[in-house]
Design a protein around this ligand. Sequence first.
Ligand code: PEP
Length: 253
Amino acid sequence: MNKRLIIGNWKMNPSTLDEAKRIIRSMRIVATKLEHTQVVACPPYLYISNCISKKSNSVSIGSQTVSIQEGGAHTGEISPAMLKDIGVQYVIVGHSEQRASGDSDEIVSKRIIATVEAGMKAVVCIGENVRDEQGVYLDTLKDQIKRTFAGIQSKYARDIIIVYEPVWAIGAKEAMAPEQVYETSLFVKKVFSDIFSQESAMKVKVLYGGSVNFRNAGDIIRIGKVDGLLVGRESVNIPGLKELLKAVDVVVL
Ligand code: PEP
């Protein structure tokens, strides 16, 4: 069985290095006991080195973004090669909070290329801002996926993880209903297969993100039939995260 992938997006949390170390230590303790689940933590840049362990690989480390530049005069930027060099394996790209600060689909596409060419996996977030009764959101989603993956060579399809993350469900009270997660993730796979191939689409992992917590995670995996979850707030809440990981790990499909 393919392992489920749970990716924690810590965003700009926690506010101290000690707390970051505490979170990653607790995550490792739970993660080593999981049978069917692979765990990834994406701390802020500043904490990444402290979260990488040479002794344990139970939690892989990801970054929350990456520069599209290779190096040189780009103040404040971190290159893909720098991340790869210190042991980062995943990079979140196209998160709606990055898109809101200026990342267009074209820039997201460049970040994907920079990530996969450096030998890391790109965790690509896509999702509509609003959901309407008429289904216009499906066209929005399709266009976004087409533009985001334009120019990506099909040999890199295996290094891409798609996160269907409806913007309206991020930081909300409720996650999307698992039945809707199922329908929309199938749609996302179909559009991906039209761009690359059916074979590539079979291999690509599709995750769901948006207000996942320990209460709804099991059902989203079971009924939504996604390959994993991108978790925001609950990923830095250790008691909740522990329960979430256990709930996901016991789902039998
Ligand atoms: C996110 O921002 O990627 C996210 C999923 O956040 P939350 O789980 O807090 O909605």
